[in-house]
Ligand binder design. Structure first.
Ligand code: PLP
Length: 410
């Protein structure tokens, strides 16, 4: 099999296009016509595979899903309108009132809010734990636990848990591990080999090609037998390993309506072609900047798993090899100093989002986590002194010069 970068930039099984075009066509159509009434009935009953309506499936979106499937080794992929759509559809398909999830307490702010604020009132219990503490994880699992959920490198706490150990614990209790792999993508981390059941990804980030469009993905690695989840038996009986994918497509995804637009799928197919190049470059840049910041005495601490001194370096190197992602965080004296530093930057942009081609900087406590009190933020590891830098693909020397001049202002 060819290398990831070859398969991403020059896929062999790609969809056929007219005129021998080298780019896939963009089918920006809502509906598709059928030859007969019987054919449309069979398509709606799922007895004949066909595109009928783009909220459920679309040829360009399907081409994007197929390319992700090939690159990741997953057995099924669903593309959605955003990373949050991927997470919420997954949880809606597996959990309900009276059930719970064992969830990392270090997560992206909107994911915390989804679990607590949105799903809490529906009777779902979020059991937030220190996901790097295996005993704590195991102690929170019971017969109503539907999944273990974590981020591969938590945003913005930069924690890295041992995924294989979590999968072992999950297997002991028949609980699937759901991994948010946004910060690594299948290029850096092979979730299938680690035994992960489902990976959710915000393709808005690295995959889109540099913030071209929002999108999300759910990948099923075929590592979990879905009939072990109450309510999944009928889907399992009919569709075997694809039970969850079919339930999503035919019920949750279809009914919630957070589908990926064909246009965004087309943009993200282009993004995939250059994914490995952009990840390589941003990881190298993030490493160089972390090392530089780590030696500067105005910087209180730097968190980047690529640093040898980082507490998660050993497990990160085991899981990711020599690529540690394009996100790093660092702490300055206090919030005012952090703001002054950020306001002095000339090249790095003050903006939310991650893994753009441009470097972006943000103060998470006052933005992404602003719905939470200082105490709640501290509890989640989001300190007031913490700044998150998403490193782009510029020349790192220009980025360092920008950081250096802004630090001199302090
Ligand atoms: N997961 C992680 C780790 C994220 O950082 C984000 C967004 O920043 C999301 C999920 C949500 O993705 P989206 O903005 O595409 O909904």
């Amino acid at each position: 099999m060819h290398d990831f970068s070859t398969r991403a930039s020059n896929p062999t099984g790609a969809m056929e296009a007219g005129y021998k075009a080298l780019r896939p066509p963009l089918y920006d159509s809502v509906a598709f016509e059928f030859e007969s009434s019987k054919d449309i009935q069979l398509a709606f009953e799922g007895r004949k595979s066909a595109f009928a309506y783009s909220r459920v499936s679309n040829p360009t979106v399907s081409e994007f899903e197929n390319r992700i499937k090939d690159l990741s080794g997953s057995i099924g992929v669903l593309a959605l309108s955003s990373g949050m759509a991927a997470i919420s559809n997954t949880v809606l398909a597996l959990a309900g009132a009276g059930t719970n999830g064992v969830i990392a307490k270090t997560l992206f702010g909107n994911s915390v809010s989804l679990f607590k604020e949105t799903l809490g009132p529906w009777g779902f219990e979020s059991r937030f734990v220190d996901i790097t503490d295996m005993e704590a994880v195991e102690s929170r699992i019971d017969k109503n636990t539907r999944f273990i959920f974590l981020e591969i490198i938590s945003n913005p706490q930069m924690e890295v848990a041992n995924i294989r150990k979590l999968v072992d614990i999950g297997n002991k209790y028949n609980v699937p591990v759901i991994l948010d792999g946004t910060l690594t993508t299948p290029y850096i981390f092979n979730a299938k080999d680690a035994g992960v059941a489902l990976e959710v990804i915000s393709s808005t980030k690295y995959i889109s090609g540099g913030a071209t469009s929002t999108g999300g993905l759910i990948l099923d690695y075929g590592n979990y037998d879905w009939k072990k989840i109450p309510g999944m038996e009928k889907w399992s009986k009919a569709y075997g390993p694809l039970a969850l994918m079919v339930k999503l497509r035919r019920e949750v995804y279809r009914n919630v309506g957070a589908c990926l637009s064909p246009h965004n799928a087309w943009l993200q197919i282009l993004g995939l072609e250059t994914l490995s190049l952009r990840i390589d470059r941003s990881c190298e840049n993030a490493m160089a900047i972390s090392e530089w910041l780590n030696k500067n005495n105005k910087v209180k601490r730097v968190d980047y798993p690529g640093l040898k001194s980082n507490e998660f370096h050993t497990i990160s190197a085991e899981q990711f090899g020599d690529k540690f992602g394009g996100i790093l965080t660092f702490d300055l004296r206090d919030k005012e100093t952090a703001y002054r530093f950020m306001d002095s930057l000339k090249l790095i942009r003050r903006a939310t989002n991650l893994n753009d081609n441009k470097s972006l900087i943000i103060h998470p406590a006052s933005t992404i986590f602003s719905e939470y009190s200082l105490e709640e933020c501290e509890e989640m590891g989001v300190r007031e002194t913490l700044i998150r830098l998403s490193v782009g693909i510029e020349n790192y020397k220009d980025l360092l010069r920008d950081i250096e001049q802004a630090l001199e202002e302090l």
